[in-house]
Design a protein around this ligand. Structure first.
Ligand code: B1M
Length: 224
């Protein structure tokens, strides 16, 4: 019975995301949390599935961009409802992470999820936004002196920007000052290695493990 109720809630939540109904998405997420469903399960059964469905509709021109934006707001609402659970209770700060989406790319839902997970695992995260140029990344590294720079890209077209930032870090004598992790759907381990990043993670959970390894100088599953 419990499982059936949860299944129905997930169906409703995915429908709310696809239809861009932010309030319903928040309500359904709250109900799932109240039923004791874990955040991994919520993300996997809502945002992950819905974004794939949205992606398919986008590819076949079955949905307009304003509607995808409404769905994005609903996905972000799911994340915001869960944010308090992710708060870092013990107050111990492991390190500073600067994060941003590369130039030309406006996607930020995945990056926000990664930021939330990192914050909950004891990192101070400075999110410098979307469409971030290599100059702004370099300035942020100078200004905030982060332990880790975490960059995201969802577009194949903007993958090249990671390489540009890596080169800019070297040109500015900053490469040895900061560890770099990259991620996002079109990124591969191979590409991350090629451009000389220190780690690659395919989702928000892996990202935490990878950043922990970078901070404690461990060679881990996601180190390159
Ligand atoms: Co866009 N879009 N979009 N879009 N969009 C994709 C990415 C696309 C795959 C859809 C498709 O056509 N099938 C496609 C890219 C194709 C490609 O290049 N390979 C695409 C396109 C083409 C476009 C436009 C060009 C469409 C147009 O205008 N004609 C345009 C580009 C705008 C721009 O950026 N310049 C565009 C615009 C948009 C919106 C603005 C409408 C909106 C984004 C709103 C926002 O982010 N605030 C949007 C959306 C929502 C999507 C889809 C549907 C969903 C993305 C998402 O948020 N997923 C997407 C389809 C898809 O993904 N299948 C699509 C949920 C999120 C939690 O997952 O971001 O993958 P994701 O993050 C994951 C991992 O990737 C990873 O962890 C996260 C959590 O597990 N991860 C990291 C991400 N960053 C990481 C960093 C790390 C580690 C892991 O370490 C630093």
């Amino acid at each position: 019975m419990g499982v059936m109720v949860t299944d129905k809630l997930f169906i409703d939540l995915r429908e709310a995301i696809i239809n861009g109904q932010t309030q319903t998405a928040m309500d359904k997420t709250k109900l799932l949390l109240r039923k004791g469903v874990g955040f991994n399960e919520i993300i996997e059964n809502s945002i992950d599935i819905s974004s794939k469905e949205l992606g398919k509709k986008m590819r076949y021109g079955e949905i307009d961009i304003p509607d995808v934006l409404m769905s994005s707001r609903a996905m972000l609402a799911v994340i915001y409802v869960m944010e308090p659970i992710f708060s870092n209770c013990n107050g111990f700060v492991k390190g500073i992470v600067v994060t941003g989406t590369v130039a030309g790319d406006l996607h930020d839902i995945g990056k926000k999820l990664v930021s939330m997970m990192l914050k909950s695992h004891g990192y101070t995260v400075i999110d410098i936004g979307i469409d971030v140029t290599k100059e702004i990344f370099v300035d942020a590294v100078k200004k905030y002196k982060p332990n880790v720079l975490a960059m995201s890209s969802l577009l194949t077209l903007t993958l090249i920007e990671f390489k540009c930032v890596m080169e800019a870090l070297i040109e500015n004598g900053l490469r040895s000052e900061v560890k770099v992790i990259i991620g996002g759907a079109p990124v591969s381990v191979k590409y991350a290695k090629e451009i000389g990043a220190d780690a690659y993670a395919s989702d928000a959970f892996e990202a935490v493990e990878a950043v922990d390894d970078l901070i404690y100088n461990r060679i881990g599953k996601f180190s390159l």
